[in-house]
Design a protein around this ligand. Structure first.
Ligand code: NAP
Length: 411
């Protein structure tokens, strides 16, 4: 960890958990494995250029490297040194490239480990369209949503037992003896916990996000018609939270119809709900009716990738894992190892995650500059190979030259 180079100040959290961001914050970065160093090398100058242009030198990020993944194994003998975790907590905000998860090694994914140890309970994925990007749908420009996916519970909690294992047999016997429930022989078993606390902190964050940005609605997406006490309870607790903590600033979709004659009162966020399977149709057929989405882990996993595909794929999809003590912004794709070191892949996902990070810091002007510059760059047909192969007349750029083109298009 290159702490010697630190010359900025630390971001702090006040008693209410609100961030206090100095004009020269120390922000940690994890380069990542595979193509991680390529996309980080293209991303960092874009973020610095946007901050410089927006604030004329009054604000500046002081970057420092955090070791994780293959580089950390080489330098510290551990893929996720405790010091990295401690420093992410210390700097409150960090950004990372993708990390390798060795298949079948029994090693837990570093991404999952980071989420758990830092309790990054909200996976936030904004999905918007950049004109010019090839899309499989007719009106991708109608998609402008932000998915808040619960990140710690549901079938992802890792409580599961293999078919035929002593644990699975014991659990099956427990169900039979205590609840008169018979499972098919040799069932593999997984447990799906969804709690009021886990649901409410996610929905709270989603509603606060909509209010801060003047967005029209938050939709609770669940499968509560079938899984009543998990997904159905997610819906119930979501409505409860809106009523308990945001009564003045929210209105339910039912009340919009029954009390307000079909028109939401000015300035209020409408709380809607949709069954998950119907939501997959809705985002294709009427995407303009949805803005912020709050949903349990598995629904959110599927929905955020499906939405990313609708606007042109994961190469341009940003994301963040956010908790009460820290936020880690990240490229949503993997390490794409066959392209490592070729300066070829699309850095768009990490650059847009960086823009999301600037927005999170309250540096919205710099974030806006990046979005506008990407729009103009793609508008000029300058794109990396993944998009160029689908676009007529595209001018193919490498990873770093795409980054440079974005900086040029800031002016
Ligand atoms: P991947 O790295 O996302 O790559 C799959 C394919 O997606 C690539 O071959 C490439 O397609 C395309 N792609 C990915 N990133 C791209 C980019 N920046 N620009 C353009 N195209 C891009 O998925 P994977 O091969 O399944 O996973 C590789 C490793 O990454 C695994 O160890 C996995 O565990 C890890 N992973 C990490 C994260 C994370 O850190 N958040 C997330 C997912 C996976 P073409 O071949 O068609 O060009």
């Amino acid at each position: 960890m290159k702490e010697r180079a630190l010359s900025g100040e630390w971001i702090t959290l006040d008693a209410r958990g609100e961030m206090r961001v100095p004009s020269n914050p120390n922000i940690g970065f994890i380069e990542g494995d595979g193509t991680g160093p390529d996309i980080w090398a293209a991303t960092r100058p874009v973020l610095d250029a946007a901050v410089l242009k927006a604030y004329g030198g009054e604000k500046k990020i002081h970057w420092f490297e955090l070791l994780a993944g293959e580089k950390a194994v080489k330098e510290a003998g551990d893929p996720l040194p405790q010091k990295t975790v401690d420093l992410i907590r210390k700097c409150v905000v960090a950004i990372k490239g993708p990390l390798t998860t060795p298949v079948g090694s029994g090693m837990r994914s570093l991404n999952v480990t980071l989420r758990i140890v830092l309790d990054l309970y909200a996976c936030i994925r904004p999905v918007r369209y950049f004109p010019g990007i090839p899309s499989p749908v007719r009106h991708p420009e109608r998609v402008n949503m932000v998915v808040f996916r619960e990140n710690t519970e549901d079938v992802y909690a890792g409580i599961e037992w293999e078919s035929g294992s002593a644990e699975a047999d014991r659990f099956a016997r427990l169900l039979l003896d205590n609840f008169n429930v018979t499972l098919p022989a040799k069932s593999g078993i997984g447990v799906k916990p969804i709690s009021p606390g886990g649901t409410k902190r996610l929905v709270r964050r989603a509603i606060a996000y909509a209010l801060q940005r003047g967005l029209p609605s938050v939709t609770l997406v669940h499968k509560g018609n079938i899984m009543k006490y998990t997904e159905g309870a997610f819906r119930k607790w979501g409505y409860e939270l809106a009523k308990e903590e945001f009564a003045e600033s929210t209105v339910t979709e039912d009340d919009v119809q029954e009390v307000h004659g079909g028109k939401a009162p000015e300035g209020k966020v409408v709380i809607k709900e949709r069954i998950a399977d119907s939501m997959f149709q809705q985002v294709l057929l009427r995407p303009e009716e949805y803005s912020v989405i709050a949903t349990p882990n598995l629904n959110g996993d599927y929905l955020s990738d499906a939405l990313a595909a609708q606007v042109g794929g994961l190469g341009m999809a940003p994301g963040a894992n956010v908790g009460d003590e820290a936020a880690v912004f990240e490229a949503t794709h993997g390490t794409a190892p066959k392209y490592a070191g070729l300066d070829k892949v699309n850095p768009g996902s990490l650059i847009l995650s960086g823009a999301m990070m600037l927005d999170h810091l309250g540096w919205v002007e710099a974030a806006k500059l990046i979005h506008e510059a990407i729009e103009r760059t793609i508008g000029d047909g300058i794109v990396t190979y993944d998009l160029a192969r689908q676009m007529k007349g595209a001018k193919e750029a490498g990873c770093s030259s795409f980054g440079r083109a974005i900086i040029e298009h800031m002016n």
